[in-house]
Design a protein around this ligand. Structure first.
Ligand SMILES: Cc1cc2nc3c(=O)[nH]c(=O)nc-3n(C[C@H](O)[C@H](O)[C@H](O)COP(=O)(O)OP(=O)(O)OC[C@H]3O[C@@H](n4cnc5c(N)ncnc54)[C@H](O)[C@@H]3O)c2cc1C
Length: 329
């Protein structure tokens, strides 16, 4: 949606093809339906917060060209009333993710961008021919922005990674990012359903060294622990490929130390770690290094960020980069 909006505003003809019957199914779910669409911080801070140097270096140019503050400005220019939290997280003022989806919908309608919904792309043939069940479309350039593999009911089922693989790209295996961790610790089980906003979670090595720490919400669930503090620790554990670790959590005036918790499955994750290999995509253009004219943006790439508006910002910035590169091409 963001890419099609940038294309329309830049005078690039495009067709937006969407698998589901409506646009933005995943966006509607974000931040419990409130959509934390970015964080009002500098590009430098954003890149530092990503934690993963490899990802930060790769997206650096895209983020500098489309920093969080320009995203805030963009929504303001679309007359979307916004709310800024003390830590910089940005939401639509009415607390409704639908407001963000409608803003895109209105822009695309006004710019007369053709949108084909309920239309899964089946294949992308070199050249390009974009194949669907009912028609095929010839295109000079194609942007694959089909998302990760979590919450497949929203339409992100891994099709883009499959198209990329079919065209010779390497796919980094999918893993869950920003997800709850399982435990049957009696205290957690007893408090299942309770949320603790001023919690804290730490990842420790088995010999007690602090490897990562995050202050934020800790929630007790029937399966174990969730909430922003736990999610960010889980993302750290996944990226660091830790097998032996201790998760220390503070909530409800208790401190628990839990060893080697397992994450919930990727289909429940906020973000997919893995996807189209960054080695096969040019970070200066988002264009495939193997297939000229084929571009990637968003979660389909092996790019992910922490909680707090980082993942939508990454999707927006990489989408803008792809479209502006297409224009130059
Ligand atoms: C519960 C939850 C809460 C989240 N909260 C936040 C938050 O508050 N802030 C934040 O920054 N991030 C949040 N995220 C992460 C964020 O939503 C994603 O990272 C982001 O939506 C990725 O954008 P995308 O455009 O790459 O993919 P998506 O938003 O997944 O969009 C991909 C689109 O492509 C379509 N598609 C897929 N395959 C095909 C095909 N073959 N043909 C046609 N169309 C296809 C899909 O139907 C989908 O509409 C959350 C995620 C979840 C699951």
């Amino acid at each position: 949606m963001f890419a099609a909006s940038v294309a329309a505003e830049s005078g690039v003809n495009c067709v937006l093809i969407e698998r589901k019957a409506r646009l933005g199914s995943k966006v509607l779910m974000t931040a419990n339906g409130r959509c934390n669409f970015t964080k009002d911080i500098s590009a430098d801070q954003f890149l530092a917060d990503l934690g993963e140097r490899r990802i930060a270096d790769w997206v650096s140019e895209a983020i500098r060209e489309c920093p969080p503050r320009s995203i805030v400005k963009g929504f303001k220019s679309l007359n979307v009333p916004l709310r800024r939290m003390a830590d910089g997280r940005m939401f639509p003022a009415d607390g409704k993710a639908a407001t963000i989806v409608h803003a895109f919908g209105d822009l695309l309608r006004d710019e007369e961008v053709p949108i084909v919904t309920n239309c899964p792309v089946k294949a992308i043939h070199p050249g390009f021919v974009v194949e669907t069940k009912n028609f095929s479309l010839a295109a000079k350039n194609v942007l694959v922005a089909t998302g990760g593999v979590s919450y497949p009911k929203t339409g992100s089922v891994g099709d883009g990674q499959k198209f990329a693989r079919d065209l010779g790209h390497r796919i980094v295996p999918f893993r869950p990012g920003l997800i709850g961790m399982e435990t049957n610790d009696p205290k957690v089980v007893r408090l299942a359903g309770r949320r603790f906003e001023d919690g804290r979670a730490k990842v420790l090595s088995p010999d007690g060294r602090t490897l990562f720490e995050h202050r934020g919400e800790v929630d007790c669930e029937s399966f174990g622990l969730s909430g922003a503090a736990v999610y960010n620790c889980q993302r750290f554990i996944e990226h660091a490929k830790l097998h032996d670790f201790v998760l220390e959590v503070w909530f409800d005036r208790s401190r628990l130390q839990l060893r080697n918790l397992r994450p919930r499955p990727v289909k429940e994750a906020i973000v997919t770690i893995g996807g189209v290999s960054l080695d096969d995509v040019d970070p200066h253009t988002m264009e495939s290094r193997l297939v000229p004219g084929l571009y990637f943006a968003g979660e389909v790439l092996d790019v992910d960020g922490p909680t707090g508006g980082y993942n939508l910002t990454l999707a927006f910035a990489t989408a803008r980069k792809a479209v502006t590169s297409m224009m130059k091409r």
